[in-house]
Write a protein that binds this ligand. Structure first.
Ligand code: ADP
Length: 399
């Protein structure tokens, strides 16, 4: 049986088709530049004998409907559509309503629509993918897997902003958290790798990609996370500022002559590493540091300082710490960031092994020293696989 995972963005559709038995990826790819003059689609598929093929297409794709038609044609051409059991959709914002994956019906679609004001870019694109998939795959069960759901276990003390109550009750202004699909995947994978039940562990998970967030997970339940009402809060990111005195945007509007749109753009797209040193890519930050660039050095320091501060805070929230997990583009690959973050954390029982930290490997690995009280792990994330797993689990529980 097969499960198709769809991640529908405003101008792209990412997909992955799994053979459920061994979670083999049969076909995957991304249809990009939807609505632009030239398309940019990449497809990859695997033959019966295991040979991997790739194809790049530049034919324009006017909208999501056309993108999904393109995808079904491709899957059909590979004979991959037979045995399609379900489709799992990534949905960015589930508000307070969704604590776990759900079968999509009219009420679910309405609820996703209701939280559009909280995720004005993402939820409409996710919904478009869902609605087109419902038309093209009528009869195939569709499941929504939410980026926020994992964080719905946060205690009120963690999710409340210290604002007048009406702002929460009338407008839903509270902390929701994101990257939940990734934090769920890596914390479970880490527990399995350690050979200990997730329900016994106190974990801090650091998802460091272009977007970045931390999560504190106690006995399988998320109890703190660094992103808030939107993905802007928390860690320093590629182009997002993360935590900021809330007076800064007000100052920019009053004294800097900026309107709300301009401030939004500044904080989401021109800040973070990019704002500090001109590039959002840590590989480039390191190249510039090696060439003597002081701004790049400072950017790395600000970036790592913020992460270290969160690790300390989350150890306090958890009351103990069994493992620290690094994941996503930076977390999985950047030896220097991991070294910097863990430096001086002996006080928490964190001690890296320099050689393990510097030795790359494809899978999960321990990079802490043998005498480190806390296991420090690199765990490659796989959000599509988590969506597929969650979709399969929901279908099985419905049977
Ligand atoms: P996204 O949030 O877009 O899913 P990823 O998790 O793929 O992002 O992470 C992308 C970021 O990871 C890049 O912007 C870059 O800073 C960083 N990155 C990727 N590869 C490396 C590497 N080998 N070393 C250091 N940083 C890397």
């Amino acid at each position: 049986m097969r499960i198709l995972v769809l991640n529908s963005g405003s101008s792209s559709l990412k997909y992955r088709l799994y053979e459920r038995d061994a979670w083999t990826v049969l076909v995957d790819g991304v249809i990009g530049r939807i609505g632009e003059a030239a398309g940019d689609a990449r497809h990859r598929w695997r033959d019966a004998d295991g040979t991997v093929h790739e194809r790049h297409e530049t034919t324009p794709v006017p909208d999501h409907e056309a993108a999904l038609r393109r995808l079904t044609d491709r899957l059909d051409a590979q004979g991959a559509l037979g045995g399609l059991e379900a489709i799992g959709h990534r949905v960015v914002h589930g508000g307070e309503r969704f604590h776990c994956p759900v079968r999509i019906d009219a009420a679910v679609i309405e609820a996703i629509r209701e939280v559009i004001p909280l995720a004005p870019l993402h939820n409409p694109a996710n919904l478009e993918g869902i609605e087109v998939a419902q038309r093209l795959f009528a009869g195939v069960p569709q499941v929504a897997v939410f980026d926020t759901a994992f964080h719905q276990t946060l205690p009120q003390a963690a999710w409340r902003y210290a604002l007048p109550d009406a702002l929460y009750t009338q407008h839903g202004i509270r902390r929701y958290g994101f990257h939940g699909i990734s934090h769920a995947y890596v914390t479970r994978a880490a527990a399995q790798w350690l050979g200990r039940p997730l329900e016994t562990l106190a974990l801090v998970s650091l998802h460091l990609g272009n977007g970045a967030s931390a999560a504190a997970v106690l006995e399988g339940r998320c109890v703190e996370t660094s992103m808030g009402m939107t993905p802007l809060e928390g860690l320093v990111m590629g182009t997002r500022s993360g935590d900021l005195d809330p007076a800064v945007p007000l100052f920019l509007q009053r004294e800097g002559g900026m309107d709300a749109e301009a401030v939004d753009h500044l904080l989401n797209h021109e800040s973070g590493l990019k704002g500090l040193c001109g590039t959002n890519d840590l590989r480039e930050v390191h190249r510039r540091i090696a060439a003597g660039d002081a701004a790049a050095r400072q950017a790395l320091e600000v970036y790592c300082h913020r992460i270290r501060k969160y690790v300390g805070a989350y150890a306090a929230v958890l009351g103990r710490l069994d493992a620290l997990i690094f994941t996503a583009g930076v977390g999985e690959n950047d030896t220097e960031v991991r070294r910097h973050v863990c430096q001086g954390l002996d006080i928490l029982g964190i001690r890296l092994d320099a050689q393990r930290n510097a030795t790359p490997s494809g899978g999960i690995r321990r990079i802490s020293a043998d005498d480190s009280r806390v296991d420090v792990l690199v765990v490659p994330t796989d959000e599509e696989r988590e969506i597929a797993r969650a979709t399969a689990e929901l279908l099985d529980s419905d049977k």
